[in-house]
Write a protein that binds this ligand. Structure first.
Ligand SMILES: Cc1cc2nc3c(=O)[nH]c(=O)nc-3n(C[C@H](O)[C@H](O)[C@H](O)COP(=O)(O)OP(=O)(O)OC[C@H]3O[C@@H](n4cnc5c(N)ncnc54)[C@H](O)[C@@H]3O)c2cc1C
Ligand code: SF4
Length: 349
């Protein structure tokens, strides 16, 4: 009987890799440091997902259900990997509780870390309670409490969503575009307008990157159907006059300073490399790319290969990714892991 494949991380990518392997009868050791599976959409309480419109707890919850209690998959939560040694087909993994397992290969599906907005203090987070993040607003919606100002629980009448917080910002060492936050923010703006039809919602942007097929469904629909207003701007600071939050900046279309009051300001936070990546890179002896994500050995010839044979990577561990792409990468990495164990060449050629 073959050894299991280690899948580290039980978010969308890891759940998909585990499900694909179990589907063809392969044993899987699925390990997650949190006390439950589901990854960011579950741990951070996302509301309705882009682009399916399904609630995260239902869509990702169903992915969790189909790997839970399934015989070839051993799930270990609230633990992580302490050591990893050996060669493809004969690795030994030691978990944090010192239990040792023989595994054929490993797929790293360890995802990302949300940007911490305290690293952008001039935009008011951590200073004013009514400056929040997209994940906080998602939690307000998914918990059923609805969109409120944390300071006093009132319903906001004016909301500003600031894009690219912790992305495309060289001053704070984050040069990448986080890929999903434009579309997620357009969607969130529509959800706020749906819940609070009297609330004015403004989106401050550098560029709008509702890539692919999302342009009309999110960008144009939010303006034409939901009357969300867009301001192309450079934001200088978020302050308060004692009653309202004040967003100050420059309207870069008309090249004039703008100062607008709001009740609630939302940071559309980006996707940082997982804070564990340096440790993971040393335990698994894999390379990181220059921003700190796990490096893929090849873009085309070996989906999911890392710099070390027998160790694969999928999903947002490689850089900002959507859920559907993470799922596809999880399946591709599962296939590559299987192919390698069966002797097929998967290294970059
Ligand atoms: C605000 C926001 C909203 C978003 N909304 C959407 C959306 O609507 N639609 C969409 O397509 N995408 C959305 N995304 C992107 C989405 O979150 C990612 O595409 C998705 O979570 C990536 O899945 P993953 O499995 O690769 O990583 P993750 O979801 O990050 O899962 C990684 C898993 O690995 C575990 N892990 C991490 N480190 C370790 C370790 N050292 N040891 C053990 N386990 C570990 C974690 O606990 C976690 O369970 C959003 C992103 C943000 C920031
Ligand atoms: S997706 Fe949009 S909000 Fe997110 S980093 Fe890219 S441009 Fe900025």
């Amino acid at each position: 009987m073959s050894k299991p494949v280690l899948v580290l991380g039980g978010g969308p990518a890891g759940l998909s890799a585990a499900h694909a392997l179990a589907g063809i009868g392969r044993k899987v050791l699925l390990v997650d440091k949190e006390d439950r599976l589901g990854g960011a959409p579950i741990h951070s309480g996302y509301a309705k997902l882009v682009p399916s419109g399904e609630w995260a707890k239902d869509a990702i919850g169903a992915m969790v259900d189909r790997v839970t209690g399934r015989e070839p998959i051993e799930v270990r939560t609230s633990t992580t990997v302490k050591a990893f040694e050996g060669a493809p087909g004969a690795f030994t993994v030691t978990l944090a509780d010192d239990s040792r397992h023989e595994v054929d290969s490993a797929i790293l599906c360890t995802g990302f870390t949300h940007f911490d907005s305290v690293n952008k203090p001039e935009w008011g987070f951590g200073t004013f309670p009514d400056v929040v993040t997209t994940t906080q607003v998602e939690q307000m919606i998914s918990s059923g409490q609805g969109v409120r100002c944390p300071s006093d629980g009132r319903r906001p009448k004016r909301v500003a969503i600031l894009l690219c917080v912790g992305s495309r910002d060289r001053q704070i060492g984050r040069e990448w575009c986080s890929k999903v936050c434009c579309t997620v923010s357009c969607n969130l703006a529509m959800e706020i307008r749906e819940e609070l039809p009297d609330c004015h919602v403004y989106i401050y942007y550098m560029d709008i990157r509702t890539y692919g097929l999302h342009e009309d469904a999110y960008y144009w629909r939010s303006q034409e159907e939901f009357k969300v207003k867009y301001i192309k701007a450079r934001i200088a600071e978020v302050t308060s006059d004692g009653h309202k939050l004040i967003v100050k900046g420059e309207d870069t279309l008309v090249k004039r300073p703008i100062t607008i009051p709001f009740d609630l300001v939302v940071h559309a936070i980006g996707m940082d490399p997982n804070v564990d990546n340096l440790l993971l890179a040393s335990i698994f002896d894999v390379k990181l790319e220059k921003h700190g994500h796990i490096e893929r050995a090849s873009v085309y010839s070996a989906m999911g290969a890392t710099s070390r044979p027998g160790i694969f990577v999928a999903g947002a561990a490689t850089g900002p990714e959507t859920i559907d792409d993470s799922i596809a990468q999880g399946q591709a990495a599962a296939m590559a892991a299987l192919a390698q164990v069966q002797g097929a060449p998967v290294a970059a050629e």
